[in-house]
Design a protein around this ligand. Structure first.
Ligand SMILES: O=C(O)CCC(=O)C(=O)O
Length: 274
């Protein structure tokens, strides 16, 4: 399975970002990819004042065009995330399109990013956004994939649940910042890959030093052995990576971590019954 991780420079409006996304996608699709992924909040800047202003419903032209592009290029597209308007609420949502252009899944960020680091980053997503309540996986011809958004990665229980539901890779549109990026970005992607023996991909926006929220960039993919397969720097660029499911099975056979869990002593349960 070949992925294109598109570290796009996010502009001010969905219209500008759609033009940019199309150009980058055409470049990526020329490399015979199976899946293209965009960053967290790639339709508008990652800023609480932008979320209500640019919130879109699932049939917004921006998202319909993502479906058209998936069909045109014959690939899966994980459309990063956008501010999604649903009833009177706004979610941070990632929509997934299949090669026929159908919208097949969506993930609403479950853990909202409310942090206040002294001398560093402050952000309060919950001032504007509502958290999602569903675990998200989707099937591809190469295996099941899981989906999380940014801060979701800090909750090992979520990645483990997705692994137990059969995910062989987890895709994470994300935008760490200049405080937590250098400290925790690579470590988090290596850790979740290692402790679940699966592939991980983190797709970030390119850095814009004039933005209110300065993203760390460093789009990354890690493998079931905990290694970094690819990692970009901060500029706009596309990372290409191959995920080899046979290698994943080899690692799980040789070091059968998931089978060694003491489920007679502890258990992780999805209590949503959905
Ligand atoms: O967890 C972090 O350090 C960054 C999270 C974040 O930026 C987000 O959830 O959007």
């Amino acid at each position: 399975m070949k992925l294109a991780l598109i570290q796009m420079q996010v502009k001010n409006t969905p219209e500008e970002n759609l033009i940019k996304a199309k150009t980058l996608l055409a470049e990526a699709a020329a490399e015979k990819i199976d899946i293209a992924v965009f960053p967290e909040m790639f339709a508008c800047p990652y800023d609480n004042s932008c979320f209500p202003r640019f919130a879109m419903d699932k049939d917004d032209p921006f998202l319909l065009e993502m479906g058209n592009l998936a069909l045109e290029h014959g690939i899966y597209i994980v459309a990063g995330s956008v501010p999604e308007k649903f009833k009177d609420k706004i979610y941070n949502t990632s929509f997934v399109f299949d090669p026929k252009g159908h919208r097949i899944e969506k993930h609403r960020k479950m853990h909202l990013f409310d942090i206040n680091i002294e001398g560093g980053q402050r952000f309060m997503e919950s001032d504007v956004l509502t958290p999602g309540e569903d675990f998200t996986t989707f099937d591809t011809p190469w295996g099941k994939l899981g989906l999380m958004i940014c801060y979701d990665i800090r909750f090992p229980e979520l990645a483990r649940l997705l692994a137990l539901q059969g995910a062989k890779g987890i895709i994470v549109p994300a935008a760490f910042n200049m405080t937590t990026g250098p400290a925790h970005w690579e470590l988090s992607f290596r850790a979740r890959a290692l402790d679940n023996q699966l592939y991980m991909a983190g797709i970030a926006p390119a850095r814009d030093n004039s933005a209110s929220y300065v993203a760390w960039g460093h789009t990354i993919s890690t493998d079931p052995w905990g290694r970094v397969l690819v990692q970009l720097e901060e500029k706009e660029e596309i990372a290409f990576v191959e995920w080899d499911l046979e290698y994943l099975e080899k690692v799980r056979r040789e070091l059968p971590l998931l089978q060694h869990r003491r489920t007679d002593l502890y258990r992780l349960t999805d209590i949503t019954n959905r």
